[in-house]
Design a protein around this ligand. Structure first.
Ligand code: SF4
Length: 329
């Protein structure tokens, strides 16, 4: 995850919530991608360190457990600088220029110059992030599958050129592990996103959460209190589907479609549900926030474990690519 600052409900439901479940089922590596942040924010990196800290706190607050998974900062693991260089040698330029987000971002982002080598190469950085751990699966949403596909192509090309001495492949092609990411609207009804300014943060205190939900857009059919509405056409209804109990959801459908409840009441119920879903997360955030030394130690330990694992891959990659130094014979 890129260090974008404090995480919001959209980040939580789209990724973190699934990761917490996956750490019990797989050997997982989760990291804060500060090198990725540099591909676009190179001119002003002042936000990267504070944002990295906030994301680390949110990882731990959400329930990622350093006893069950490896949590680290990308730039603290040297192989993340090394493998992109080596994979860059074999990645055709055309593959990178074809990545849809490359052109899209170059056209849409007007306040930054993205004609840099690092930005063009970020899919190689991303492929390295995965291949360094010889990963079987990458947990992503539907919108990220193209990146995993490119990673598979890079691995395939690497394996065509280089093999282990016995002939087996070094870089397995990772599979997509599609994780459910329910539609999570922001307070203005559009997708929840930091760039729209419509987020509810995992760390927002209760009054802030209620204040953000109160003016939320609703089903436009409910102009007057007496007009019936439809929760399926209302962003508040979408939030209820994710956070409310089946009993509350039934009350929402009944009350909304018959104009038996008002939107203000309905919003207060969804605020209750979100506040109670976030309570254990905020409690953990508070605990880790008061102990920066512990967070630093968790990340340092994660970096040590990640380095050890990634270095195994690098040794095989270096040997296969002829980087063994002077031959004895
Ligand atoms: S009652 Fe609830 S679900 Fe229905 S329109 Fe109002 S806020 Fe939306």
């Amino acid at each position: 995850m890129r260090p974008t600052g404090k995480l919001h409900l959209g980040n939580y439901m789209g990724a973190l919530h699934n990761w917490v479940r996956l750490q019990d089922e797989y050997e997982c590596y989760f990291f804060i991608a500060d090198l990725h942040a540099l591909t676009t924010d190179y001119a002003d990196p002042s936000g990267i360190a504070p944002n990295t800290r906030e994301v680390a706190l949110d990882f731990l607050a959400a329930g990622l457990d350093p006893e069950k998974c490896t949590i680290f900062i990308q730039s603290k693991v040297e192989p993340h600088y090394q493998l992109p260089l080596l994979l860059g040698m074999i990645t055709p330029l055309g593959w990178l220029e074809r990545v849809p987000s490359y052109k899209e971002m170059q056209e849409n982002v007007t306040n930054k110059d993205l004609t840099n080598y690092g930005f063009l190469g970020y899919p190689v950085l991303m492929a390295s992030d995965i291949l360094l751990y010889q990963a079987d699966f990458v947990p992503v949403g539907q919108d990220q599958t193209a990146h995993v596909e490119l990673t598979r192509e890079i691995a395939r090309r690497f394996n065509q050129f280089y093999k282990r001495a016995g002939g087996s492949e070094i870089l397995p092609e990772p599979q997509v592990l599609l994780t459910p990411s329910p539609k999570l609207p922001g307070t203005d009804g559009r997708k929840m996103s930091k760039s729209y300014g419509n987020t509810i943060l995992l760390s927002d205190p209760e009054p802030e959460i209620r204040a953000k939900i109160k003016p939320m857009v609703t089903d436009p059919a409910r102009v007057r209190r007496t007009d019936p509405g439809n929760p399926d056409k209302c962003p508040v209804g979408d939030l209820h589907k994710i956070f409310s109990t089946p009993e509350t959801l039934a009350k929402v459908y009944e009350g909304c479609t018959t104009a038996g409840i008002g939107c203000i009441e309905c919003k207060s119920w969804v605020a209750d549900a979100i506040v109670s879903a976030l309570a254990p997360i905020q409690e953990r955030r508070e605990k880790f926030g008061q102990d920066p030394a512990l967070v630093t130690e968790i990340l340092a330990d994660g970096a040590r474990r990640a380095t050890a694992r990634a270095e195994q891959t690098m040794q095989e990659v270096r040997a296969a690519m002829g980087l063994t130094g002077i031959s004895a014979s």
